[in-house]
Design a protein around this ligand. Structure first.
Ligand code: PGA
Length: 264
């Protein structure tokens, strides 16, 4: 069984003080909620402070990006080793990085290799633009993104993929549960072809794009969807807590687990 995962991508929001406040509220609200992996991804500058606060918590830490070189003269960049020192997860290839920072499939591939080398768990983002969606090119686009991102990479169950249609990110116009389920099923099929049925069954695939406490259920109740990557709504502790709790109720309708399940 794939353990559901709800990840909050805080993007370029929160000062260190605000991040500390937010994570404290989240931890208080999620104390006893187990069986769902909960990940927060604050800005780099808050990672160390947030890590301290997560010591006794089941909430886990992720970064939003990194650079693929190990170290050296790359002013302003953060290396995989630096991230691995603080975090367990890292978001790779977010559409905002592809769009505003010209991250190509090749760069995403280099980053993924670097991430796996240091033992971080990548959350690889893929998704089509509105105009691609409208002309029925979704399958072609996500297939190509998968192919270029994963080229030469030994994929295992540690890989997490987030399907984030670009037209749904930050727009308030989420995909429907059924649409997301269909594309995620298709992505799982591609993973099976690229690797194996077994790996495709293990890889967690999230939906992202305007997910809130009001619509999370529509996504996580779908067969193929293993959780969500949440932007805006993850900045409100109450929303994040509610999304995790709803996911727990949907995944374990009768017997919620009493302790966290075995992790990858
Ligand atoms: P959103 O962002 O939830 O604000 O749409 C999602 C994401 O970019 O990961």
């Amino acid at each position: 069984m794939r353990i559901p995962l709800i990840a909050g991508n805080w993007k370029m929001n929160t000062t260190v003080g605000e991040a500390v406040e937010l994570v404290n509220e989240i931890c208080q609200g999620l104390g006893g909620v187990v069986g769902v992996d909960k990940v927060v991804c604050p800005p780099f500058i808050s990672l160390a402070a947030v890590k301290e606060l997560l010591k006794e918590s089941s909430v886990r830490l992720g970064a939003q990006n990194l650079y693929f070189e190990e170290k050296g003269a790359y002013t302003g960049e953060i290396s995989p080793l630096m991230v691995a020192d603080l975090c367990e997860f890292v978001i790779i290839g977010h559409s905002e990085r592809r769009q505003y920072f010209d991250e190509s499939g090749e760069i995403v591939n280099k980053k993924l290799r670097a991430v796996l080398k240091v033992g971080l768990k990548p959350i690889l983002c893929i998704g089509e633009k509105l105009e691609e969606n409208e002309v029925g090119r979704t399958e072609e686009v996500v297939t190509e993104q998968l192919r270029s991102s994963l080229d030469g990479i030994d994929c295992s169950g540690a890989m997490i993929i987030a399907y984030e249609p670009i037209w749904a990110i930050g727009t308030g116009k989420a995909a429907t549960g059924r649409q997301a389920n269909e594309t995620i099923g298709l992505i799982r099929g591609k993973i099976a072809k690229l690797y194996s049925e077994e790996i495709a069954r293990e890889v967690r695939i999230l939906y992202g794009g305007s997910v809130t406490a009001d619509n999370i259920a529509e996504f996580v109740e779908q067969f193929e969807i293993d959780g969500a990557l949440v932007g805006g709504a993850s900045l409100k502790a109450g929303q994040f807590i509610s999304m995790v709790k709803q996911t727990q109720e949907i995944f374990y309708p009768t017997n919620p687990p009493t302790k966290d399940l075995v992790e990858w």
